[in-house]
Design a binder for this molecule. Structure first.
Ligand SMILES: Nc1ncnc2c1ncn2[C@@H]1O[C@H](COP(=O)(O)OP(=O)(O)OP(=O)(O)O)[C@@H](O)[C@H]1O
Length: 330
């Protein structure tokens, strides 16, 4: 079996001694060429973990290794960071007085000028920024700067790309494109990507593996479809799919028998259909979500949510037949 490119072993980094603010006893491997998304609510330790992988923070205990060699912390080397990795932070670290082209080209050596030009142009095309070639960074929007920063990090042959909230500045339309661009360029170049995001959709779309963090602890690691469908914790189900959570008493009112824990299901697991086991609910509210609607349904004082693809089919105060087709006990 191929050695992992990065190994994180029992890593603990607390920013303030005695407080849970950082990461705590985190262990996992990253395979070469994989895209791994670190997801978790604000303050869960995502950026801390990314910085430890790069060698920007002194760890309290445990270690991070790159190709089997321990990564040095900032106090052990002159220039913090690892030379085979590139990190794109939220401040982009671009030369704001230089043009877009020069920012990206500056990452390549001058030994073959033609190859340098071609590679720079190619990366700008990949990230749809060739039209910005001659603009200065100060003339760009936040989203444009973000794409330039990613192009700059990806243009030289780096083994690992670390992205901290890579889509924070781009609008929804560009975000879809940028996600697809990163996925394509990563597949073409074989670069390993570790990405931090507060938006689960980024990880679900882009990643080979999701890593779920809560209060600095690793809750679950696995491929996106598996983690989504088999979350180990309520936190994960709520983070990834805004799951409905019912205690045993409320679950029983809807005919779901559970002995321990809580009943957890995603709104799309509720089928709006008249069947032998469906139950009657009242539509308390309807939320417009673009190509679908979310229905707030109530029965016996218990409120759940369901997805309605045929917009307008059921309206507020209507009665509908619904069946919870699947639920987890967590
Ligand atoms: N330099 C620091 N000094 C003290 N506490 C810090 C420092 N950096 C981070 N923290 C704390 O550590 C915890 C984790 O922070 P971190 O930035 O890793 O979280 P995050 O999941 O990336 O959050 P966000 O999504 O809001 O960026 C938070 O409680 C934060 O306040």
């Amino acid at each position: 079996m191929e050695e992992p490119i990065i190994t994180v072993k029992n890593l603990t980094k607390q920013h303030q001694a005695g407080q849970s603010s950082g990461v705590s006893d985190v262990s996992f491997d990253i395979k070469k060429g994989n895209i791994i998304a670190i997801l978790g609510e604000s303050g869960s330790g995502k950026s801390t973990l990314l910085k430890c992988i790069y060698g920007l923070l002194k760890v309290d205990s445990g270690e991070v290794s790159f190709k089997g060699k321990r990564i040095f912390g900032p106090d052990e080397q002159l220039i913090p960071g690892h030379k085979e990795m590139k990190m794109v932070t939220q401040d982009f670290s671009l030369n704001i007085y230089a043009k877009v082209y020069d920012n990206i080209a500056s990452m390549l050596s001058n030994t073959n000028i033609q190859a340098k030009q071609e590679k720079t142009m190619e990366m700008m095309q990949h990230l749809h920024i060739e039209h910005l070639k001659d603009k200065k960074i100060t003339q760009l929007s936040g989203g444009e700067q973000q794409r330039v920063a990613i192009a700059k990090a990806m243009v030289s042959d780096t083994a690992v790309l670390l992205l901290d909230e890579p889509f924070s500045q781009v609008d929804a339309l560009l975000k879809n494109q940028l996600r697809a661009d990163i996925k394509r360029v990563a597949a073409e170049t074989g670069v390993t990507v570790v990405m931090v995001s507060h938006d689960p959709a980024d990880g679900l779309f882009l990643a080979d593996e999701l890593l779920i963090l809560k209060d600095g602890k690793l809750l679950q690691l696995g491929n996106p479809a598996y983690v989504y469908n088999h979350p180990d914790h309520i936190y994960t189900a709520q983070l990834l799919g805004n799951a409905v959570v019912l205690n045993a008493e409320d679950a029983a009112k809807l005919g779901l028998e559970i002995k321990t824990g809580q009943a957890v299901f995603y709104p799309e697991w509720v089928e709006l259909k008249n069947s032998w086991n469906s139950k009657r609910f009242e539509v308390k509210d309807v939320y417009y979500k673009g190509f679908y609607e979310e229905l707030l349904l109530e029965r016996n004082g218990v409120v759940i949510r369901a997805i309605q693809l045929n917009r307008g089919e059921h309206k507020k105060n209507d009665h509908v037949q619904a069946n919870i087709t699947r639920f987890l006990t967590l």
